[in-house]
Design a protein around this ligand. Structure first.
Ligand SMILES: NC(=O)c1ccc[n+]([C@@H]2O[C@H](COP(=O)([O-])OP(=O)(O)OC[C@H]3O[C@@H](n4cnc5c(N)ncnc54)[C@H](O)[C@@H]3O)[C@@H](O)[C@H]2O)c1
Length: 334
């Protein structure tokens, strides 16, 4: 069993912790949260813009909580950490963890500065440590099924792919502080729409030839709404990506896709989360979309396997996550 700690016990830290407890190769050895007292309070609360699993409060009560990585390492032996703090802290905390000889799974976005990302990738390679960025949509069942359909040509070639993701402005955890520090989180572009930008690049395994993007400001940044068209002329393919959080907090989270192939249109929405719909000449059929939440478990399982094997599959490399940051930068207005 590898010993792991979660750094930052907010919406994502809780989600990672729930899934580490389910993973037979991992032991949740510690929680590192600067606001130590908040950990027990959060166990009974609903945090975040979507449900990502139930907390086993009894299992959590046995896990020690430390305010810093340093104080944790004075008392515990760790193999890895899951970095779930806000984006502006990813670089210093991932660097500290790698320098302490720990494998790292860090939440998306990797970091907003390409040079920082390059430095972390180099450091992990020098120390022969696994560094993985948690791009969960790559692991979510309805999105994995779409990748299979694209790769198999089951419905012919893909001609048009529309990806969307909307949410109210986040108000849990530290997000209200981020509103006072305009731009620091990267806004919806780097926090929310990045899921679809990353997924499109991952699914197509190719960078678009041309990107046209419109962005609008919101409460967090100048890039809180994005509407982008990507062109792949050699594949006769157009991709549309739209998303943002310029809505009041009560606006419900929703995401999905419509993929137009030569012989069928395939669609999925979190509003009808159980099914993927396939429309063709014969009419509409539905297939099981699988469990969206299992994506969080599967990304952690891959991280754990990669620690065991000493290598991360290339398509999940931190370089691919940094390429996604480069793509996001191409959509941004500063
Ligand atoms: N993959 C996804 O689906 C997804 C969803 C939401 C957020 N995220 C990403 O996860 C990250 C965190 O977002 P969140 O919504 O969980 O935030 P949050 O505000 O809910 O949680 C952040 C936590 O980190 C703690 N913290 C701050 N500084 C710390 C430090 N130095 N040491 C230890 N703990 C510290 C805070 O007290 C807080 O509890 C962001 O980078 C965000 O982009 C990913």
């Amino acid at each position: 069993m590898k010993k792991v700690a979660v750094i930052g016990f907010g919406f994502m830290g809780i989600t990672h912790s729930i899934n580490i407890l389910k993973c037979k190769n991992l032991e949740l050895t510690a929680i590192i949260e600067k606001d130590v007292d908040s950990v027990s309070e959060k166990l009974g609360q609903k945090i975040g813009n979507l449900a990502t699993g139930e907390i086993d409060t009894e299992a959590f009560k046995k896990v020690p909580v430390y305010a810093t990585l340093n104080s944790c390492l004075e008392n515990e032996k760790l193999d890895a950490v899951h970095v779930c703090v806000h984006t502006d802290l990813h670089f210093p905390i991932v660097k500290e963890a790698l320098n302490s000889g720990l494998h790292v799974l860090v939440e998306k976005p990797f970091c907003l500065d390409l040079k920082e990302g390059e430095e972390l990738i180099k450091l992990a390679a020098e120390k022969s440590l696994i560094l993985m960025v948690a791009h969960v949509v790559r692991f979510m069942s309805p999105y994995k099924k779409l990748v299979e359909m694209i790769d198999s040509n089951e419905y012919g070639n893909l001609r048009f792919l529309s990806l969307s993701r909307f949410s109210g402005v986040p108000d849990w955890g530290q997000w209200k502080e981020k509103q006072k520090n305009f731009g620091i989180s990267g806004g919806a572009l780097f926090d929310l729409v990045i899921h679809d930008i990353d997924f499109a690049a991952f699914a197509l395994q190719e960078i678009p030839r041309k990107i046209e993007s419109t962005v609008l400001p919101g409460k967090l940044s100048n890039n809180d709404y994005v509407n982008a068209i990507w062109q792949y002329p050699s594949r006769n393919l157009t991709v549309k990506i739209e998303g943002g959080n310029i809505f009041p907090t009560s606006y419900p989270f929703q995401a999905g896709y419509t993929a137009v192939f030569d012989n069928a249109t395939v669609s999925f929405s979190t509003q009808t989360v159980e099914y993927i719909f396939i429309d063709d000449e014969k009419g509409r059929t539905e297939i099981d979309a699988g469990d969206l939440d299992e994506g969080y478990f599967d990304e952690i399982a891959l991280f754990s396997e990669s620690i065991e094997n000493g290598t991360l599959p290339k398509k999940y490399s931190p370089d691919s996550a940094l390429e996604t940051i480069s793509l996001c930068i191409l959509h941004a207005k500063n």
